[in-house]
Design a protein around this ligand. Structure first.
Ligand SMILES: [Zn+2]
Length: 372
């Protein structure tokens, strides 16, 4: 009995730390990507939300998403206090979790301060637009209806399917596009969406590409991390984009095994790309003289892209690092072909993300089709 009481006390303490609840307002994270670690009411209209990483060490990208349920219209002040990092994602609000608008904020060291006028009812606040596992299910369904095959490549740590969409060609050559290794990197996910739209689109060039190449698309590499609102890792506590050589995590193993099967049955990986977000737009490429086939494919592509989107900048950072375990390096070293890390700025204008990704695809498609 005594132990039961202690347990009850512990559980209720956790509940208090987990959410703030009063007659006027309750703050929740009980939805996909919902995330903060503690909520503390500092004054009648003032709340502190503490953000903590899933584990350490981590490349700090403090994600947050919360639901505010208010019984009346009211003004409140929120402090988002980051442990082990500094604020990165700028606050946005939504009434329906679909349409988002930025709100004012102040950053002071490890804290971000936000003043909100809450309507009666529900308001969501998050670091970026929310794109969760359900959104990927819908996205995949839409492409399935247009003839792509949905395949299960494997399972995440928590048993969620790692799914791929495949467009089959009468050929042994494959192109590979993956996304969302890092859960909060929404702008990269947006770029992938627009890019894929062009690749799977109705243009003659896209149709030719799909005749020439099989396509594997894995838009959501880290469904556990996405659901949990993780800052960066999978729920195994690992940065998936550092795991491509050691391959300890099932999400990475799933894709690797599929690619190995392709090669074992006489197929060839010809090009790959993964989509991410960082502080600014940049393409991380493999160096021209790295010995990949053909050497100048990416240089030519990005030069063309720069030409057509001028004066919008195309930042290119060639590099290689055998030890880091990133996808781009894994593709280059394992399959001898170019791979690009397509990074989109966290705060890049959403229309620019679409325009650049579509232009990037339109320039790349004929170049790939022309490969010997
Ligand atoms: Zn990333």
């Amino acid at each position: 009995m005594k132990y039961a009481l202690i347990l009850l006390a512990l559980v209720s303490n956790l509940a208090i730390a987990d959410q703030c609840q009063s007659d006027k307002l309750s703050i929740h994270k009980n939805f996909a990507m919902g995330r903060y670690n503690q909520c503390q009411q500092l004054a009648p209209d003032s709340y502190r939300l503490t953000l903590k990483p899933e584990n350490l060490p981590i490349n700090p990208s403090p994600w947050y998403a919360l639901k505010l349920v208010s019984s009346q219209s009211q003004d409140i002040e929120l402090e988002l206090l980051v442990e082990h990092g500094k604020p990165r994602y700028l606050p946005k609000i939504s009434l329906d979790k679909q349409h988002w608008q930025p709100v004012d904020y102040q950053i002071d060291g490890q804290s971000m301060h936000i003043k909100l006028t809450l309507p009666e009812g529900t308001l969501w606040l998050a670091g970026q637009e929310i794109l969760d596992n359900d959104d990927y299910q819908q996205w995949q369904k839409q492409w399935q209806e247009k003839g792509l095959a949905l395949i299960q490549l494997g399972q995440s740590v928590q048993g969620k399917p790692i799914e791929g969409l495949v467009s089959y060609a009468d050929s042994r050559d494959w192109l590979v596009f993956i996304g969302r290794q890092h859960p909060p990197e929404i702008t990269g996910a947006m770029a992938m969406d627009h890019f894929v739209d062009e690749v799977l689109g109705a243009s003659t060039e896209a149709a030719q590409l799909r005749k020439r190449f099989n396509l594997l698309l894995v838009p959501n590499m880290n469904p556990d991390g996405v659901y949990a609102g993780n800052w960066r890792h999978n729920v195994g506590g690992v940065d998936l984009n550092r795991d491509w050589f050691s391959r300890e995590q099932p999400e990475v193993q799933a894709v690797h095994q599929y690619l190995q099967k392709i090669v074992a049955s006489g197929g060839k990986i010809r090009f790959a790309m993964d989509f991410h977000s960082t502080h600014h737009d940049v393409f991380y490429t493999m160096p021209t003289d790295y010995g990949l086939t053909p050497p100048d494919l990416v240089d030519n592509w990005l030069a063309k892209l720069a030409e057509v989107i001028k004066p919008y900048p195309v930042n290119i950072k060639p590099g290689h690092n055998k030890d880091r375990g990133v996808f781009k390096q894994y593709i280059a070293d394992t399959y001898g072909v170019h791979a690009v890390t397509y990074e989109v700025g966290d705060n890049t204008d959403r229309q620019d993300i679409a325009d650049v990704a579509r232009a990037a695809a339109r320039q790349l498609i004929p170049m790939l089709s022309a490969l010997p």
